[in-house]
Design a protein around this ligand. Sequence first.
Ligand code: NAD
Length: 254
Amino acid sequence: MTGRLENKVAIITGAGSGMGASMAKLFAKEGAKVVAADLNEERLQEVVYAITDAGGDAKPIRVDVSNEGNIKEMFEFAQKEYGKLDIVVNNAGIMDNMAAAGDVTDDMWQKVFAVNTDSVMYSTREAIHAFLPQKSGTILNIASVGGTNGGRAGAAYTASKHAVVGLTKNTAYMYEPDGIRVNTIAPGGIKTNIAESMKGVDEHGMKRQMVGMGLSPEPGSAEEIANAALFLVSDEASYVNGVVMPVDGGWTVY
Ligand code: NAD
C-alpha cells in the first residue's frame, strides 16, 4: 500500500516535541522523507530514532528558526540530503507570558515575534524560491486560535499568530497561479510541552485570559493536529488554499 505522502520531501520545524514530533512521525509513516528541525537536539534525536526504527526516513538538523541564516541552511540541507522539496511546515513556536498591551515588554514582544512570525516569513520566502521553478509545493503554518481570537493569550502571542494568518492568506493569494498552496491550522488547547516556554506569567493578563480559556473543551492531542496537517499537505487537499482551519474541538464557535 502506498502512503499518502509517498515520494514527498517535507521540512518540519519544531519537530522535537508536541505537534511537530507527531507530524514528523505521521508524515514519515505515510512515505515522506522528513527534514526534522528543532533547537532542542536531544528531543529531536529521539524523534528521528523513533522514525527510523519504524522504517521511516528522517534527518535531524539543529535550527533556531528566528535566525535567517539557520533557515537558509535548513533549506540547503533538504536539497543536499533529498534533492528536492515538496512540503514546508512552519510549526516551531513559543508562548508569551499573557501580558496585555499595557504591560508587554519590548523584550517579550520582540522574542515572540522573532520565533513565531519572523521565522515564518524567512521560511516562506525560501520555500517560494524553491517551489516557483517546479510550479508546485505546499506550505502549512501552525498558528493558533490566538491567531483568530482575542481571548486566548497575551498581546505578543496573539498579534504574532494573527500576523501568521495574514501572511498565509497573502502568500496563498499571490502564488495560487504558480501551483503553490499555503494553509494554516489554528490549534486550540493541545497537550504538548508548550507551557515550558511560558515564563513569569502576568497576573492581570492571566486572570483576564481565564475567561476565554475557561471555555476551552478538553485539550486535544498532538496526533489530532497531525491528522489534520496530513490532509492539508497531501494532494487530497489540492483545491484547499489560504484556509485557516481551527482544530480546537469547536472552541472557536463557543
Ligand atoms: P512544544 O513546545 O511541545 O513544541 C515546540 C517545539 O518548537 C519545541 O520542540 C521547541 O524546542 C521548538 N522551538 C521553540 N523555539 C524554537 C526556535 N527558536 N527554533 C527552533 N525550534 C524552536 O509546543 P507545541 O504545542 O507542539 O507547539 C507547536 C506550535 O503550535 C507552536 O507554534 C505553538 O504556538 C502552536 N500552538 C500550540 C497550542 C497548544 O495548546 N499546545 C495551541 C495553539 C497553537
